[in-house]
Design a protein around this ligand. Structure first.
Ligand code: AP5
Ligand code: MG
Length: 193
């Protein structure tokens, strides 16, 4: 099994690149943002609670997302591996994921962190907001999401750096060029299918 974390600020291309990586290497894509948005759309109790945080650009409480990830992993026992997009986002989530995977006799193999200048992040997200229908793609909430990233999520990189699993990749090239840079790292672990 091969497990990858795609790490980076809002708008760095985690969702876009995860889709390509999942298709190319046959990995199961797990995006906590997508999972939460589908709970919001279904107006489930979890979704109603999560929406309060998401609309403000704040992280949803750890226990909510950790529980979601655990059941998502259990749904795909035959997976070649997982690509985690937008998770873990706090130190507590990273520690919970390590424990969860250890319990399943596996681990995170590689963390690829996308590096994109802040001005480019804002341009991309405002651009996406025109058609995305995402309630958090407006200037005010985008700025809050980036702030939340710096204070709570960025330190998670150290957690993986200390385990020698972190690789930084420049994410301000075209989508195809960025994919090639990411693939170069993944190819050291497994081949495309
Ligand atoms: P989430 O859905 O994870 O959003 P995010 O981290 O803010 O990131 P985005 O999805 O906006 O960006 P992305 O990096 O995926 O980039 P994308 O590929 O879309 O989280 C949303 C909310 O849910 C959070 O604020 C929080 O409330 C909650 N949440 C989620 N996970 C949580 C967790 N683990 N714990 C607690 N709360 C959690 O690209 C962005 C745009 O740029 C697109 O339009 C794309 O087409 C374009 N683009 C991509 N690559 C390029 C490129 N190379 N060149 C030009 N344009 C590009
Ligand atoms: Mg995303």
């Amino acid at each position: 099994m091969f497990n990858l974390v795609l790490f980076g600020p809002p708008g760095s291309g985690k969702g876009t690149q995860s889709m390509h990586i999942a298709n190319t290497y046959h990995l199961q894509h797990v995006s906590t943002g997508d999972l939460l948005r589908s709970e919001v759309e279904g107006q489930t109790p979890l979704g109603v609670e999560a929406k309060k945080y998401m609309d403000q650009g704040l992280l949803v409480p750890d226990e909510v997302v950790i529980g979601m990830i655990s059941s998502k992993i259990d749904e795909s026992p035959e997976a070649r591996g997982f690509i985690f997009d937008g998770f873990p986002r706090t130190k507590a989530q990273a520690e919970a994921l390590d424990k969860l995977l250890e319990f399943k006799n596996t681990k995170i193999d590689l963390v690829l962190a996308l590096d994109v200048p802040e001005a480019e992040l804002i341009t991309r997200l405002i651009g996406r907001g025109v058609n995305s229908g995402r309630s958090d793609d407006n200037q005010e909430v985008i700025v809050k999401r980036i702030k939340e990233y710096h204070s709570k999520t960025e330190p998670v990189a150290n957690h993986y750096d200390a385990q020698d699993k972190l690789e930084r990749v420049k994410g301000d090239h075209t989508i195809d060029e960025t994919f090639k840079l990411l693939a170069r790292h993944i190819d050291r672990y497994l081949l495309p299918v």
